[in-house]
Design a protein around this ligand. Sequence first.
Ligand SMILES: CC(C)(COP(=O)(O)OP(=O)(O)OC[C@H]1O[C@@H](n2cnc3c(N)ncnc32)[C@H](O)[C@@H]1OP(=O)(O)O)[C@@H](O)C(=O)NCCC(=O)NCCS
Length: 167
Amino acid sequence: MTYEVRVLGVADADAYRRVRLAALRLHPDAFGSAYEDEAVLDRAQFAERLTAANFTRYGGFAAGDLVGLAGLQIRTGAKECHKARLFSMYVDAAHRGGGLAQQLIAAVIAGAREAGALLVQLSVAAGNTPAQLLYRRMGFTVYGVERRSLRVGGRFHDEELMVLDLD
Ligand SMILES: CC(C)(COP(=O)(O)OP(=O)(O)OC[C@H]1O[C@@H](n2cnc3c(N)ncnc32)[C@H](O)[C@@H]1OP(=O)(O)O)[C@@H](O)C(=O)NCCC(=O)NCCS
């Protein structure tokens, strides 16, 4: 299977909402955001995200269907605008293992470089082995651990903080 990766626009809002909500519902331990917080948002609110300044959402498409997501945030302010953040990484279960996550991360890194960022940061739940291996494979290294970063259903999860230098 070959995948197309491109920046999502307002016209993708319905597909973006569907895939994002599936990600949050199926993987509550993997994301800082909660399904119940985003399920109440309508199409227009998801569309707004796709035009937000300093945020870019990339989509991975299989035969025209949106099946993967990755977000890029460029920090603002004179002292932090050298930093970018990778977030919201997701590939539909039926399309895993085919390199789509790597393609999405490559697009995020290219976008960060284009915006002049010098490093990309992310956080990943400490027990999420596929994602931890993915980020290591893409060159990210661990620079810290945020203890008890997320609380899901009464259980705490630590998060690894990772970084990739671009310079
Ligand atoms: C993590 C995730 C995005 C990986 O997507 P993917 O498209 O299957 O990943 P790729 O096929 O591009 O794999 C790239 C590399 O990641 C690592 N990897 C991915 N899935 C893995 C798995 N199940 N076991 C071990 N390593 C894995 C490997 O190093 C792999 O490279 P390789 O195939 O050359 O060994 C996907 O499993 C997912 O969406 N999981 C649920 C949501 C989630 O955890 N998101 C991350 C939040 S931080």
